[in-house]
Design a protein around this ligand. Structure first.
Ligand SMILES: [Zn+2]
Ligand SMILES: [Zn+2]
Length: 224
């Protein structure tokens, strides 16, 4: 389990190197590779680069010169990828990245808009017209306000199964503590329903949100 994540990241980085040989203009390749390397330990950002270099939006040589984070909620990120040719929107989490179109056209999907708290496309376009809304994305593993594993933000719930989540009964690590057995009276979780049953008890007890002050020393240091 310990080695699974680094291997995935390294594989992804290697795949990106190959993709860039075909997709990125030769004279810019070194600088573009340096942008990717800034996110060598950020699976969510790497998924965006992978999606971009696999399916170039303009179907011609291009490269991401800056990855900017517009919004994030519960481990889901909205990025603007500024490229040599244009500026594109990507929605990404740890599983995959999705191309949403050019930044200047905004977001057409109402569900995505509302998820991040924008009433409609016009409100979104107004929000991103402010250059301050487009800050360079700080890699998830370096951002003190984010859970280093599931990337949920300070005060939000972890993605179920995140090893950083604290157990509301014993204060231990929820994925490892014995409470799931103690509370359900089960010796094993052999069916999906068993897990759901425990998750329901957990919700009733009250899950503990990610607390960056407690769990990320760098966050506390920044605040003090
Ligand atoms: Zn987490
Ligand atoms: Zn526990």
């Amino acid at each position: 389990m310990e080695s699974a994540i680094p291997k995935t990241l390294a594989d992804l980085r290697q795949e990106l190197g190959l993709l860039m040989e075909y997709a990125a203009p030769a004279e810019e390749r070194g600088a573009l590779a340096a942008v990717v390397d800034r996110y060598a330990a950020d699976i969510i950002a790497l998924k965006v680069f992978q999606e971009f270099y696999s399916f170039l939006p303009e179907a011609q040589d291009d490269g991401i010169v800056e990855l900017r984070r517009i919004a994030n909620r519960q481990g889901v990120f909205l990025f603007s990828a500024k490229t040599l040719l244009d500026d594109y929107l990507y929605l990404a989490d740890r599983e995959k990245a999705e191309f949403l179109g050019p930044l200047r056209e905004g977001i057409w999907d109402q569900e995505i808009l509302e998820f991040f708290g924008w009433r409609d496309r016009e409100v979104f376009l107004k929000a991103v017209a402010d250059p301050k809304a487009l800050n360079t994305h700080l890699a998830v593993n370096e951002a003190p306000e984010l859970c280093p594993v599931c990337a949920t933000a300070n005060g939000e719930l972890h993605t179920p199964g995140c090893p950083v989540e604290v157990c509301p009964w014993c204060g231990g690590q929820l994925v490892h503590c014995p409470c799931r057995f103690d509370k359900t009276g089960r010796k094993e979780f052999s069916q999906e329903g068993h897990v759901d049953e425990f998750l329901e008890m957990l919700d009733k007890q009250g899950r503990i949100p990610f607390d960056a002050r407690e769990q990320r020393p760098a966050y506390k240091a920044e605040e003090d």
